[in-house]
Design a protein around this ligand. Structure first.
Ligand code: E4P
Length: 215
């Protein structure tokens, strides 16, 4: 499973990139808004840090507007992937963009039916939102399992991005379910590095090292 970082914060992206674990970045309008910076400027900077797919989302609701925005965003860098919301207008936009060779990530996926339609329209990626499904009392990871099974049944090459990841167990279960990618917030990536036994182990090794005779 590849790991993307789910943030528009360039400091977080730079730090995660230095760990050697990153394959891409996803942003959304809420994450961009948190940075208080120009959208295009942020996307350009992200593209200069990470050599992998970078999702940038359109805000139009009609397919003509989505396609127009997508064409502009795609000019920024060859790694830009256009994030399109899962609507009928979104599907129309995906169909047009895929014919033009512009990669798309269909976002706000909350059912397998939506994922199947997005893939049929030509989406490069689909983003099922695990955490937001958990928030409303359903098991978000079931959705990842269903989509993996459906895409495997028909050798569909659209990649599944497990999104709305809230904690390390989500990331592990997404990997067990066979998601191609998990897009993970920086806070969760840091939590994934940690285990109390690792810290205790280092402490003990350093303590014991003090007793080793030195010449
Ligand atoms: C996915 O691409 C979205 O940006 C993201 O994972 C949404 O996560 P949230 O539900 O924590 O906002």
């Amino acid at each position: 499973m590849k790991i993307f970082i789910d943030t528009a914060n360039v400091n977080e992206i730079r730090e995660a990139e230095s760990w050697g674990i990153l394959s891409g970045v996803t942003t959304n309008p809420s994450l961009i808004a948190k940075e208080g910076r120009d959208f295009i400027e942020v996307v350009k900077e992200i593209a200069s840090i990470v050599d992998g797919p970078i999702s940038a989302e359109v805000i139009s609701l009609d397919h003509e507007g989505m396609v127009k925005e997508a064409r502009e965003l795609a000019k920024i860098h060859p790694n830009i992937v256009i994030k399109i919301p899962m609507t009928i207008e979104g599907l129309k936009a995906v169909k047009i963009l895929s014919k033009e060779g512009i990669k798309t990530n269909v976002t706000l996926i909350f059912s397998s039916a939506q994922a199947l339609l997005a893939a049929k329209a030509g989406a490069t990626y689909v983003s099922p939102f695990v955490g937001r499904l958990d928030d409303v009392g359903t098991d978000g990871m079931n959705l990842i399992e269903e989509i993996v099974a459906i895409f495997n049944n028909y050798a569909i090459d659209t990649e599944i991005i497990a999104a709305s990841i809230r904690h390390p167990i989500h990331a592990v279960n997404a990997a067990l379910a066979g998601a191609h990618i998990a897009t993970i917030p920086f806070k969760v990536l840091k939590q994934m590095t940690k285990h109390p036994q690792t810290d205790l182990g280092i402490e003990k090794f350093l303590e014991d090292w003090k007793t080793v005779p030195k010449k």
